[in-house]
Design a binder for this molecule. Structure first.
Ligand code: GDD
Ligand code: MN
Length: 365
């Protein structure tokens, strides 16, 4: 009894989607038929036991596979991991919360398989699509912005480059993986922007549904993701994107420092040393919070304990960075360097130090 060979892998990144899995596999089987496909659940050790549920399903159904990643986070990197784990010649990535309709899969596969396009994208904005719950004005505005920026980043006309539902040849995706920026901005956009020659895209109207159970894990900082992507593809090779973000946050932290210092020392009459100490503390806390929210949003520390631990580690890192800063500046000044240049050199050394240590010890992968 020869079963048709494995053609399509559906990668399902999950974070707390336990109750969505079994019904989703059933819907995929409805759409694709009994064989020729596999579903790969890539779970980041969800507290709700999604990985165990995936293993349970896999024992009962050889078309289901589960990857559990421990101590790692991130939708984009989970998608990449799934893409690299399959032997199927075609691969799709879709959300596991039923917002992406598996009924589109056969048409998307057909289009890629028969060369109508390189990448099939399920779009929430192309004619015929629907997006429950978003007012038309906002949707159109978002769409226009998306379009514009996608053209800038990927050189491609696309209505929904933020879509997390697409299908392409596995070998093509795998070949692009080493070129991906990997800082957590949207995987499809990253793939499109990383291709040496523009990929041919075909869009499929998606009826973007309500998530079936659980809650969304992504913030919808869509415009921000675009800006990061834009920067990364334009200047990322000169000054790494994450370091640029870290430095920008640091610059804002200086403003916070000066504001707090002015308030305490000038307005409230606090003595200089305690005012300076309080300002330093406020700036460090602000920097930690903003870096956690922006710079490391793909590795964001959530939950009281992880957050507090990260904050303490960040303060410790900054303290060491400050010592390095002062030492270098002092040394250069002593060597006769102009005081402003010496201070600038100290700041750069301190920033690089803080960056290296905090990405290693505070927001480690
Ligand atoms: N492994 C893993 N790790 N999976 C994750 C992570 C993570 O860190 N974060 C989210 N997921 C999974 C969720 O379990 C879900 O299956 C899918 O990724 C999408 O996450 P949601 O939390 O449902 O995101 P959304 O509905 O807000 O986002 C939608 O809109 C985006 C466009 O703005 C999705 O369609 C995204 O794919 C899309 O890019
Ligand atoms: Mn969702």
């Amino acid at each position: 009894m020869a079963s048709p060979s494995l053609t399509l892998a559906i990668v399902l990144p999950t974070l707390d989607e336990r109750d969505n899995l079994a019904p989703l596999i059933a819907r995929i089987a409805d759409a694709l038929g009994p064989d020729g496909w596999e579903a790969i659940v890539v779970d980041d050790a969800s507290p709700d036991g999604t990985a165990e549920e995936a293993r349970r399903l896999a024992r009962a159904d050889p078309r289901v596979r589960g990857i559990e990643r421990i101590g790692r986070r991130g939708l984009a990197s989970a998608a990449i991991e799934g893409i690299c784990a399959t032997a199927a010649p075609f691969v799709a990535v879709m959300d596991a919360d039923h917002q992406h309709d598996p009924a589109l899969l056969p048409a998307m596969l057909d289009a890629v398989q028969h060369g109508a396009c390189d990448v099939a994208v399920a779009s929430r904005f192309v004619a015929g699509a629907s997006l429950e719950g978003l007012p038309t004005a906002r949707r159109e505005k978002g769409s226009r912005l998306a379009n514009h920026l996608a053209r800038r980043i990927a050189g491609i006309e696309l209505t929904d480059p933020m879509s997390g539902y697409f299908l392409m040849e596995t070998a093509r995706a795998r070949a692009l993986v080493p070129r991906l920026s990997g800082i957590g901005f949207k995987i499809l956009l990253d793939l499109l922007a990383s291709a040496p020659a523009p990929l041919r895209v075909k869009e499929f109207p998606l009826q973007f549904g309500e998530r079936r159970s659980g809650t969304s894990k992504l913030d919808r900082a869509i415009a921000f993701d675009f800006l990061v992507g834009l920067y990364d593809k334009s200047f990322g090779r000169v000054v790494p994107t994450r370091f640029a973000l870290f430095g920008t946050v640091g610059g804002l932290g200086v403003l916070v420092h000066l504001a707090v210092l002015t308030l305490l020392y000038r307005a409230l009459g606090t003595a200089f040393l305690p005012a300076q100490a309080a300002a330093t503390f406020a700036a460090m806390t602000f920097n930690f919070w903003l870096n956690n929210w922006l710079t490391y949003r793909d590795r964001r520390l959530t939950g009281m304990v992880a957050f507090l631990r990260g904050w303490a580690a960040f303060c410790a890192t900054c303290a060491v960075g400050a010592v390095a800063n002062v030492a270098v500046a002092g040394l250069l000044k002593q060597q006769g360097l102009y005081w402003l240049l010496a201070a600038g050199a100290g700041i750069v050394v301190g920033a690089v130090w803080n960056y290296a240590l905090s990405s290693r010890f505070v927001w480690r992968r």
